[in-house]
Design a protein around this ligand. Structure first.
Ligand SMILES: [Zn+2]
Ligand SMILES: [Zn+2]
Length: 261
């Protein structure tokens, strides 16, 4: 049931974003979709299959066990359900923000996370382009966070849905009027905000780590408002790594295990 809720939300938002990108695109993409989409979708499907047959459902089960055993910070206080859910969502989002920073600073994590950054354009399918093992690492990290926080199962499902849908939204090549974007990004991460993180300029890659809520980047001074070259002229990808669309799925999967990149 939990997997079905997540999958339906994922497919629904993915289709909506694709329609939005087609009807009102933000930038003209530099590459054909056929050069990028097969790789991005294959990585996503491999990730889903790997999760399904390894740690699938473990986040929900951990939350069930943390609640039953009364483990974790929030289980130590008699809080109203709504407050406990809100605090869990905030704490998990902060944990994912921290994980994203660690993925850039710690070399062994970066080896996996860089696959996400090798995309040469930025659209909704960039939001599903992750090395399958990075998703498993992320799930294990989430389990630790769930036990420390004492997250409830309902809050964990809500968080999983929010995280996957916001990741699709904030990678969208969708046009949002600048004024609306300014208002939106006071609370949430917009595509214009996250696109800065995919710039080849190192200072910009090392900014805007948030996925859902925009406050963490402002709070921890990792926020950059706009790319220096502007959204139309900025270059997407990695400056240090000469990735081309011809690099196949096998090479991407082996990327974390290769020596020199
Ligand atoms: Zn990143
Ligand atoms: Zn991204």
């Amino acid at each position: 049931m939990e997997a079905l809720i997540r999958l339906s939300a994922f497919v629904g938002v993915l289709l909506l974003m694709m329609i939005w990108e087609y009807a009102l695109p933000r930038r003209t993409l530099g590459y054909q979709r056929i050069q990028r989409w097969p790789i991005n979708f294959t990585l996503s499907i491999l990730g889903m299959l790997l999760i399904r047959f390894t740690v699938g459902g473990v986040a929900y089960l951990s939350a069930m066990s943390a609640t039953t055993e009364q483990v974790g910070l929030l289980n130590q206080f008699p809080l109203p359900t709504w407050l406990s859910i809100m605090l869990t969502l905030l704490a998990l989002d902060l944990a994912i923000y921290g994980q994203h920073i660690a993925s850039h600073r710690w070399k062994w994590l970066w080896r996996f996370h860089k696959v996400h950054h090798t995309d040469l354009d930025f659209d909704v399918t960039t939001g599903i382009r992750f090395h399958p093992l990075e998703i498993v690492i992320s799930m294990c990290y989430k389990v630790v966070a769930i036990y420390i926080i004492g997250a409830s199962p309902v809050a964990v499902i809500a968080f999983e849905v929010i995280l996957s849908t916001t990741a699709l939204f904030n990678h969208g090549n969708v046009f949002i009027p600048i004024k609306v974007d300014r208002w939106l990004r006071l609370g949430i991460v917009t595509p214009d905000m996250h696109r800065v993180h995919h710039s080849t300029t190192q200072r910009e890659t090392d900014s805007n780590f948030g996925f859902s809520i925009s406050i963490w980047d402002r709070l921890f001074a990792t926020y950059i408002d706009q790319p220096a070259l502007g959204h139309d002229k900025m270059v997407i990808g990695l400056a240090q790594y000469q990735y081309t669309p011809e690099v196949g799925i096998k090479q991407l999967l082996m990327m974390p295990f290769r020596r020199q990149q």
